[in-house]
Design a binder for this molecule. Structure first.
Ligand code: NAI
Length: 725
């Protein structure tokens, strides 16, 4: 017997087992949209009406993913005026799931694919969870990573299933996505099955063995595992949670973790139904606020646009690289070799000597050994990965490579030389990529014969961890090379942004503004410790002065000298940034060049570990008692990056808003709560006009570099925002 309701199919067999097949006919994946809301209500009504003929219920999905979660398109629209609607919708779905959960019949989730967010919440509303061990399948509640909390009962049920501490730490606060096996180990599911048949058989076996089934929390005498704040022993530990959270957030303005903590703790002290209401209230506050909109825009919509190739040249057949030549086996080359080999690509890793090349491969050996010891891969897989990397000092070994990634020292003459050596040895149509971090691509391309095949491929350090690659189109780079660079980045499962050539491209130039602003504040006489604190509270993952030390103080001097020469050669006048004088004094007067040199804005122990801020900063720079508003300090850093990004849009270096947002978030640590550099402007209080007004205020107080560029002012005047649509 089947009955087609909107998104859930009711299939009942002659033994009385009802399979509820999640299958939204209008979408590629199931989501908690309005149709689902009506559908799950109809199902609950029917289940109650036909209760006597039902022996048990199985949730499963007709799609490859079990359930994709909440409808983010809806959520991103939800302003404060939608608060009541958001609250009611959530409560409606929860009440329906609750009615099925408390029918008195066994309910099993047969999780046949990814169950993230709403999908896992349906599984939580079941008495038993069997997950199919499908490759790539993920289970968890990642809402926090979008600035939200799981409000389909996710907070209330995980707290009751595993206790407050585990629910917060393993599931809710980090939004960890588990493979089915790891979900089993961590108590998110009860069983794992190798095949769909086995999964359904296990679901039926549970129904047969438990003709009357209830959730643990609906049984008499149930207590939350590990206790609640009502228990004095637990209460003694409770203050550690907010403290831990404060440390994790570093003062940055992320409302979701705070609301999750509050919903979990408050909800644990009341009955189940009241806890659901508390959870809904905290969710409503988040979904109608700005941070969730920023994070959904960036980490869902922009990321999807970028990865799906919105900025890849159209009409060019996708191609896979089989064999890549990596030139230079230093820090970057070694990491690039590992990332390529991990994705199944044959790698020829070349350096000046066999020893240097072998040392580069040694980096992969270390990473593999670590992955095996942590159980993240098997010895066989690690060996296969390593077998794909051939270290060499011989150019002849590069024969047949269909891509080249150059990562030798940052020196144009050397880069020209190595491309000359290899261009006739590799495949005649091999794409030629340089990982330069500062040298303009157009000029580098002049060193090769096939300039149209030459493209910048800017990786970030450490390569194996950093998800972003910045692709740089030189003046003569062809669409074919650009598309192939894009495909290569996707092949190694990284996220590509595409920019036009310019000094420092997008990422290096914009992060330079952040660092300069921090250094300039030290130069004005502000306490260096306050500057560091302001960076943390703005949400930056790295403190600004410590970051300067990591990059070394000699690097901005070198870049500045080259940039100044270029400006002057073009007949312009160089306008120095106030940071330059501070950096010059640090290097010339005090010999402090950064971490590599053993001393910078911080002191370093002989083993390289970071000590305290250098006390000399206070003697030589700080004006005692001088302070500016903390808000100004934070916004000077954020605005310096956002404003320079707008200038890069004006200059045509950046052509996509999504690329700007994603590049800033994944490449250079622009704070996640903003949704990226341009979304930060969109979401600023008062929108673009509010941002323009504030930029003018900062310009008046701190210098013309904060004056809003024309593009920004025009957009603000026209009532527009930054969007690719
Ligand atoms: P590195 O100094 O660690 O490695 C450079 C390697 O190139 C050395 O192993 C050297 O022996 C080798 N080499 C020199 N001449 C060679 C030749 N003729 N043939 C083959 N190999 C040769 O430098 P690192 O940090 O790996 O940087 C490499 C490139 O990547 C530079 O262009 C740098 O600007 C760029 N880059 C660096 C980043 C970083 O964070 N270090 C980030 C992004 C790009």
């Amino acid at each position: 017997m089947t009955n087609s309701s909107t998104t859930i199919r009711w299939e009942q067999d002659d033994t009385g087992v009802v399979t509820l097949v999640l299958d939204d006919p209008h979408q590629s994946a199931n989501t908690m949209n309005q149709a689902f809301r009506a559908s799950v209500k109809a199902i609950a009504d029917r289940a109650e009406a036909e209760k006597d003929s039902i022996r048990g219920i199985i949730y499963t999905s007709a799609k490859k993913t079990f359930f994709a979660g909440g409808d983010l398109k809806d959520m991103i629209q939800a302003g404060p005026e939608h608060a009541q609607h958001a609250f009611d919708t959530g409560m409606d779905i929860k009440n329906s799931l609750r009615r099925i959960e408390t029918l008195g019949k066994p309910v099993v989730a047969a999780v046949n694919g990814a169950a993230l967010g709403g999908g896992y919440e349906i599984a939580l509303a079941s008495h038993h969870r069997v997950a199919l061990d499908a490759p790539g399948s993920k289970i968890g509640l990642p809402e926090v990573t979008l600035g939200l909390l799981p409000a389909g009962g996710g907070v209330t049920r995980t707290v009751r299933l595993m206790g407050i501490a585990d629910a917060l730490l393993k599931v809710l606060l980090r939004g960890t996505q588990y493979s089915p096996r790891r979900a089993l180990e961590n108590g998110l599911v009860d069983e794992v099955a190798a095949t769909p048949e086995e999964m359904l058989a296990k679901a039926r076996a549970f129904i047969d063995a438990n003709p009357e089934s209830h959730q643990p929390w609906d049984k008499l005498g149930y207590r939350i595992p590990g206790g609640t704040p009502a228990n004095p022993k637990f209460a003694a530990n409770l203050p550690a949670f907010p403290a831990g959270l404060k440390k994790q957030l570093n003062g940055a303005p992320y409302p979701a973790p705070r609301n999750i903590l509050a919903a979990a703790v408050e909800g644990s002290q009341v009955d189940f139904e009241t806890a659901l209401t508390i959870e809904a209230r905290y969710f409503t506050e988040l979904v109608t606020g700005q941070t969730a909109k920023n994070m959904i825009q960036a980490f869902f919509f922009d990321l999807q646009a970028v990865n799906s190739g919105a900025n890849r040249p159209q009409g060019i057949e996708p191609r896979q690289v089989r064999r890549v030549a990596v030139l230079g086996a230093g820090m970057m080359g070694a990491g690039i070799a590992y990332s390529c080999a991990r994705a199944g690509i044959e790698v020829v890793l070349k350096d000046v000597s066999a020893e240097a090349a072998a040392k580069g491969k040694g980096y992969s050996e270390k990473l593999c050994a670590k992955a095996v010891s942590r159980g993240r891969t098997t010895r066989e897989k690690a060996d296969a990965l390593l077998a794909r990397i051939t270290p060499t000092a011989e150019v002849a070994d590069l024969a047949g490579c269909d891509a080249v990634i150059e990562a030798v020292f940052e020196d144009s003459a050397l880069k020209h030389k190595v491309f000359q050596e290899v261009q006739d040895v590799v495949a005649p149509d091999a794409v030629l990529c340089s990982n330069t971090s500062t040298l303009p691509i157009t000029a580098l391309a002049e060193g090769v014969e096939r300039q149209e095949d030459f493209v910048g491929l800017h990786f970030f350090s450490p390569v194996d961890k950093m998800p972003l690659v910045e692709i740089i189109r030189g003046r003569r780079t062809g669409d074919e090379a650009l598309a192939r660079a894009f495909d290569l980045v996707r092949q190694i499962r990284k996220t590509p942004i595409v920019v036009n050539d310019s000094r420092g491209f997008f990422t290096s130039r914009v992060i330079g503004q952040f660092i300069n602003e921090g250094v300039a504040m030290v130069g004005e006489g502000i306490e260096p410790a306050s500057v560091e604190q302001a960076a943390g509270q703005a949400g930056y993952p790295a403190k600004v002065l410590s970051l300067m030390d990591e990059l070394t103080l000699t690097l901005p001097r070198k870049i500045r000298d080259e940039s100044r020469r270029a400006v002057e050669e073009a007949g312009g006048v160089w306008a120095p940034h106030p940071a330059e004088a501070v950096i010059d004094r640090m290097v010339e007067e005090f010999g402090r060049t950064g971490r590599g040199g053993g001393a910078g804005f911080y002191d370093y122990a002989p083993d390289g570990s970071r000590g305290k801020l250098w006390p000399g900063l206070r003697d030589h720079f700080t004006q005692r008692g001088y302070q500016i508003p903390f808000e100004d300090m934070k916004e000077r850093m954020l605005f310096s990056e956002a404003l320079d990004t707008v200038r890069l849009m004006e200059e045509g270096v950046l052509t996509s808003v999504a690329d700007a947002n994603i590049g800033s978030l994944l490449g250079i640590g622009f704070p996640g709560w903003t949704g990226g550099v341009l979304q930060y402007i969109n979401g600023y209080r008062g929108g673009l006009p509010g941002f323009v007004a504030r930029a003018r205020e900062l310009a008046e107080r701190y210098g013309e570099r904060f004056a809003p560029p024309a593009l920004l002012v025009e957009k603000a005047d026209r009532g527009e925002r930054f969007t690719d649509a």
